[in-house]
Ligand binder design. Structure first.
Ligand code: NCD
Length: 325
C-alpha cells in the first residue's frame, strides 16, 4: 500500500491549545491531536530560535525544577527552554538533601512550591510519585521521569524527531532495545507512537527485562503489530528506528543480575552494517556502553544531533503551551 506523505506537522495542528493550565504526568492523557499541536509549536520555536534567537513571552513566569533523582541533561534542557522563553527558574536538583531530609511529605512540598512557582517540573525515583505530588500542587506539574514509570516529554521529543525524519508514522518499524522493563522512556514512547499511527513494533530485550504488559497491551489495542525477541542481530535489518536504551542500574536490587544484563546489547559498526541505510539510531542518553563510540560518526546516529536539539524545541513548546493561551 502506498502511504501518502503529508506535511509534518500539518497546518491545522497549530490551532487550539489543550495544554493551557494542565499538568502532564502520563502520556495516556496526550491524544495524537494534542501531540501534533506540540509538534507544530516546536516548529515555531525552531523558527523563532533561528530568526530572533529568543523571546520574552514568559517574562515574569517562574519554573521550579524539583529533581529527587540525578539528572543533568533533562534538567538543563528544561532550564534552557524556560530561559529562552524569557522566564525564570529555581533549580533544585538535590531534593533529597532539602526539607525532605527533615521529613517533609511530598504533599507539603507540593503546596510550598506551588506558592513560589507558576509551573513545576519534577523527577522522582518512585513510579507514581509525580502524579501524587500533582494532586496537591495548585500549579501545573510536568513529569520529568518517575522511577520506572513514565517520561512523557522524552516521548514527545522522540516522536517529533521520528515524525520529522520519516514524514509519516504509518510505514515504519520501530525497534526498542535494552531495558524495556525499567526504562521509562520506552514505556511512554511506545504508547505515543502507537497512537500516532506506527503499525510495527519490535521489542528487543533479555527475557528478564521485557516490556511491561500494560505497554504491550496499549500497543496491540491500537491495532499495531508487536513482536518480542531477545535477538537484535536477527531483526536489525527490519528496523527503521533503532531505539537503544541503558540498563537501569539504579532499579536493580540484585547487583549480580545487573552485571550479567548490563551489556546484553552493544551496537557496533559491524552490527550497523546489517541495518537499513535509511534507518536511524536514537538513545535518550546517558549511554553506558550499549553503543560503541565509533557508531557516533555514522550518519544514521542522531542521538547527539537531531534528537537532542529537538528536545529543547519540544520542551519550549510544551512549557509555552502550559503557561500561555
Ligand atoms: C532517561 C531517563 O532519565 O529516563 N534519560 C533522560 O531523560 N535524559 C534515560 C536513562 O536515564 O537511561
Amino acid at each position: 500500500m502506498e502511504i501518502k506523505k503529508r506535511a509534518f506537522p500539518r497546518k491545522e495542528d497549530s490551532m487550539t491549545n489543550p495544554f493551557f493550565g494542565k499538568s502532564v504526568i502520563t502520556i495516556d492523557s496526550v491524544s495524537p491531536e494534542d501531540a501534533r499541536k506540540v509538534f507544530a509549536q516546536a516548529d515555531a520555536m525552531k523558527r523563532m530560535r533561528e530568526t530572533e534567537g529568543a523571546t520574552n513571552v514568559l517574562l515574569g513566569k517562574v519554573m521550579a525544577a524539583l529533581f529527587y533523582e540525578p539528572s543533568s541533561r533533562t534538567l538543563t534542557s528544561f532550564i534552557t527552554s524556560m530561559q529562552r522563553l524569557g522566564g525564570g527558574f529555581v533549580p533544585l536538583n538535590n531534593m533529597a538533601v532539602t526539607s525532605v531530609a527533615k521529613g517533609e511529605t511530598i504533599h507539603d512540598t507540593a503546596r510550598v512550591f506551588s506558592s513560589y512557582a507558576d509551573i513545576i517540573v519534577m523527577r522522582h525515583p518512585e513510579k507514581g510519585a509525580v502524579g501524587e505530588f500533582a494532586k496537591f500542587a495548585s500549579v501545573p506539574v510536568v513529569n520529568a521521569g518517575d522511577g520506572s514509570g513514565e517520561h512523557p516529554t522524552q516521548a514527545l521529543l522522540d516522536s517529533y524527531t521520528i515524525g520529522k525524519h520519516f514524514k509519516s508514522f504509518e510505514g515504519i518499524t520501530v525497534g526498542m532495545v535494552g531495558d524495556l522493563l525499567y526504562g521509562r522512556t520506552v514505556h511512554s514512547l511506545s504508547k505515543m507512537l502507537a497512537k500516532l499511527g506506527v503499525k510495527k513494533f519490535v521489542f528487543i530485550s533479555p527475557s528478564e527485562l521485557r516490556m511491561p504488559k500494560d505497554v504491550c497491551e496499549a500497543v496491540q489495542k491500537s491495532g499495531a503489530d508487536m513482536r518480542e525477541t531477545e535477538n537484535l542481530t536477527e531483526v536489525i535489518s527490519s528496523l527503521d528506528v533503532i531505539y537503544m536504551t541503558r540498563v537501569q542500574k539504579e532499579r536493580f536490587s540484585d547487583h549480580e543480575k545487573y552485571e550479567r544484563l548490563k551489556l546484553a546489547y552493544i551496537l557496533t559498526p559491524a552490527l550497523m552494517d546489517k541495518a537499513k541505510k535509511t534507518s536511524i539510531v536514537m538513545h535518550p542518553l546517558p549511554r553506558v556502553g550499549e553503543i560503541t563510540p565509533d557508531v557516533d560518526t555514522d550518519k544514521r546516529a542522531i542521538y547527539f544531533t537531531e534528537e537532542m536539539r529537538n528536545g529543547m524545541y519540544v520542551r519550549m513548546a510544551l512549557i509555552k503551551m502550559i503557561l500561555t493561551k
